[in-house]
Design a protein around this ligand. Structure first.
Ligand SMILES: [Fe+2]
Ligand SMILES: [Fe+2]
Length: 195
């Protein structure tokens, strides 16, 4: 779990811009872990390596996903960038012998979310959404929510991701819907008309 080793790996695989994003996600994840009683070192590392497979062309993502035995659904086939999480986890496991299941889960699910979702995976999903380089609509309310509760932050993020995708008439991954539905069903996201 040596961050210096992983920084070298990432420098060879990512653009400078993506590498810097990865460092910001790592630091944000570390801070969230301190705030919400998770392992800060593990959160930092998971955040650092979450985008390992992000700088691949769509055709390359599809090809490598097939090579690594990842079965792609029609939403991923239509929008291959969604595969960079599961593919990143598969590369970490097969090529770098990374075995920590919490880190592999965090990398695999950082784009879509899912339910159930482990604490480190929640932290990386949220850190990727709120890291200081992000400036889209909804980011500030997710940052505020993240200070009140980890699930409150993740719920705010998934709500605004779903809203954005629907407004853009883009597909919504079933795993993202699983996470969103979980937060509605548990009342973390509330329907105001239902009271
Ligand atoms: Fe990503
Ligand atoms: Fe990212």
């Amino acid at each position: 779990m040596d961050p210096a080793f992983w920084e070298q790996v990432l420098r060879s695989r990512l653009t400078v811009r993506r590498f810097e994003h990865s460092l910001r996600v790592a630091r944000t994840a570390e801070n969230l872990a301190r705030l919400w009683a998770a392992d800060p070192e593990k959160a930092y590392l998971a955040g650092l390596i979450h985008d390992l497979a992000r700088d691949m062309e769509p055709a390359e993502l599809l090809k490598q996903a097939a090579d690594y035995g990842i079965i792609c659904n029609e939403i991923e086939a239509d929008f291959p960038v969604l595969l960079h999480g599961p593919l990143g986890a598969a590369i970490l496991q097969r090529d770098y012998n990374l075995t920590d299941s919490e880190i592999l889960e965090a990398v695999s699910l950082h784009t879509t979310g899912d339910y159930p979702l482990g604490t480190i995976a929640k932290i990386v999903f949220l850190a990727d959404y709120i890291e200081p380089g992000r400036a889209y609509q909804g980011v500030e309310s997710a940052r505020v929510a993240a200070q009140s509760g980890l699930d409150l932050g993740v719920a705010a993020a998934v709500r605004s991701i779903i809203t954005y995708l629907a407004e853009q008439q883009m597909t919504i991954h079933p795993k993202t819907l699983n996470l969103y539905n979980h937060y509605v069903l548990t009342g973390i996201l509330r329907n105001s008309e239902k009271g």
